[in-house]
Design a protein around this ligand. Structure first.
Ligand SMILES: [Fe+2]
Length: 244
């Protein structure tokens, strides 16, 4: 099954060029007749206003061939507003789902940190989410989807907007697991211990990760993967980054 990841759309209250980016990407996804799922991995709206989520809902409704779509919240989003706006639509917000035989677990990292050591943009995984994650992957392999990457993928400035209880989250993975995240606005594929961390490129704008400070780049689009079962494990192959 193909996985289309559209992430960090950062839509504003009123429609602008970022909407055009999203519509162009959705059109590509919609035209693919293969078995597929669309993942919207957070920071969908820049300021969590209902109007932005309503437009995403409307754009998706026009895509008749996108039938499996899951979203999770990023640091810019408001999960409650998202849930209210997507209610009754094809955009599902779930903790787990199985699509074309591939089981997913959606890890919410959009909770605000408890301490003050990290910067605005950081997240936290609640105790309840930690318990649910452990339970979900105890017996069955699952593909993990989150907004914030679980592993460190980049420079110090990016760590400052990471997951506050990152170490606690990483310790949950006692066997091999693939994680697909957003937030970095850049493609990454790194391994550490049991975790393979994939990060998709953003539809709004890119981030230059070679820099010591956050700098935007014009590398934007979406990332496409293929997921399948092999010898009792879920294999994820990165197919391409579809650049705009
Ligand atoms: Fe983010």
């Amino acid at each position: 099954m193909k996985i289309y990841q559209i992430t960090d759309t950062h839509l504003a209250e009123a429609s602008n060029d970022l909407d055009t980016n999203l519509i162009r990407l959705l059109d590509i996804v919609n035209q693919d007749k293969d078995e597929k799922v669309l993942l919207l991995t957070g920071d969908l709206a820049n300021a969590a206003v209902p109007a932005a989520y309503q437009r995403i809902r409307t754009y998706l409704e026009a895509c008749e061939l996108i039938t499996h779509c899951y979203a999770l919240a990023g640091n810019h989003d408001d999960l409650h507003v998202m849930k209210a706006c997507f209610k009754g639509s094809k955009i599902k917000i779930r903790q787990s789902a199985t699509v074309h035989g591939i089981p997913f677990h959606f890890l919410d990292t959009s909770e605000k940190p408890l301490g003050r050591s990290l910067e605005l943009g950081a997240g936290r995984v609640t105790s309840r989410e930690i318990m649910a994650l452990k339970k979900a992957i105890r017996k069955t392999p699952r593909l993990i989807i989150s907004h914030h990457p679980i592993l460190d993928v980049s420079e110090q400035w990016f760590k400052q907007i990471g997951i506050e209880n990152q170490a606690e989250v990483v310790r949950c993975f006692t066997s091999k697991c693939n994680v697909i995240s957003g937030h970095a606005h850049h493609y990454f594929d790194i391994k550490q211990g049991n975790v393979r961390q994939l990060v998709g490129i953003a539809s709004a704008y890119g981030f230059e990760h070679q820099s010591n400070t956050p700098q935007r780049s014009d590398c934007l689009g979406m990332s496409i993967y293929k997921a399948s079962w092999s010898e009792g494990e879920i294999c994820v192959e990165h197919l391409s980054n579809n650049l705009l």
